[in-house]
Design a protein around this ligand. Structure first.
Ligand SMILES: N[C@@H](CCC[C@H](N)C(=O)O)C(=O)O
Length: 275
């Protein structure tokens, strides 16, 4: 199987183009993703990403996390597949429509390997995120392992729990990340973002991803952070989100789509032996 290794700010993917030939149709994608993403026994990645034919859009993207679970959307992966698709199939067409489990998402390929994505509108209703609270899911107290946090839940097609803290220095990501990810308040689990505000236009974020653990960046996560920060009155419309792998630039006006801009990089091409 031919593949491309790509990343967005170190959030890395094995990208497989199934648009013309569907070699993986009868494969168990969950098992395959677990094998391929393993950093010692496989290629190593945070997720397996497929491009597939679509009747509604230029193509369809599926993202399978490294633990084998399927996600509705991935902000960093969609920048990668948009760049790949434009370079491979249609260099003249810079604005794309991509079908995902979170609906049609619209990336635009810019200069210098940058991609701007219309991520759609955030989902803020508890039952649609989903989060098991009755009230508006803003600043909800949550205690894990004796530590109290306050989270704001936002879905960018996939669920996020955004937690603003005074300083990231003391956050034990590996300890609290999985406890919040699997907390019973989140029926489909959740991605977790810890956020330190540097200014109303700049935040620093640590991410614990559902199904992938600590990653260097998360595009849907950065978007959710800015939505939560705007709802809480902490942030302005245009925000630089500094992640361990680099910065994403997020713009959100109330009631409108979230826009995310960031890089999409190709690392190498390869062949994987399917057994
Ligand atoms: N890294 C991604 C999000 C990938 C999916 C996530 N782990 C989930 O299960 O929701 C991004 O850049 O958005």
């Amino acid at each position: 199987m031919e593949f491309l290794k790509m990343h967005g700010l170190g959030n890395d993917f094995v990208v497989v183009d199934e648009i013309k030939n569907q070699n993986l149709v009868n494969k168990n994608l969950s098992d395959l993703a677990k094998k391929i993403c393993d950093r010692r026994f496989g290629i190593g990645a945070d997720g397996l990403v497929l491009l597939l034919p679509s009747e509604k859009a230029d193509f369809k993207m599926r993202i399978i996390n490294s633990d084998g679970s399927e996600a509705e959307m991935c902000g960093n992966a969609i920048r990668c597949v948009a760049r790949y698709y434009v370079e491979k199939y249609n260099p003249a067409k810079k604005q794309l429509e991509v079908e995902t489990l979170a609906g049609i998402i619209k990336p635009e390929v810019l200069e210098n390997n940058m991609v701007r994505v219309d991520m759609g509108r955030p989902i803020l209703k508890p039952q649609e995120i989903p989060v098991a609270v009755e009230e508006e899911p803003v600043n909800i107290p949550l205690e894990v392992s004796g530590q109290k946090f306050f989270f704001t839940a936002v879905s960018m097609g996939n669920p996020h729990a955004v937690i603003f803290v005074d300083s990231l220095a003391k956050i034990e990501l590996e300890k609290y990340g999985p406890l919040i990810e699997t907390h019973p308040l989140f029926p489909r689990k959740t991605n977790v973002e810890f956020v330190e505000i540097l200014s109303p236009k700049k935040v620093k974020v640590l991410v614990w991803e559902r199904g992938a653990g600590a990653t260097l960046a998360c595009g849907t996560g950065a978007s959710a952070v800015v939505v939560a920060g705007r709802i809480l009155g902490h942030l302005q419309e245009d925000v630089e989100v500094v992640l361990p792998g680099g910065s994403l630039y997020i713009t959100w006006k109330f009631g409108e789509s979230v826009y995310m801009t960031g890089p999409a990089e190709i690392v190498f091409k390869g062949e994987y032996i399917l057994i």
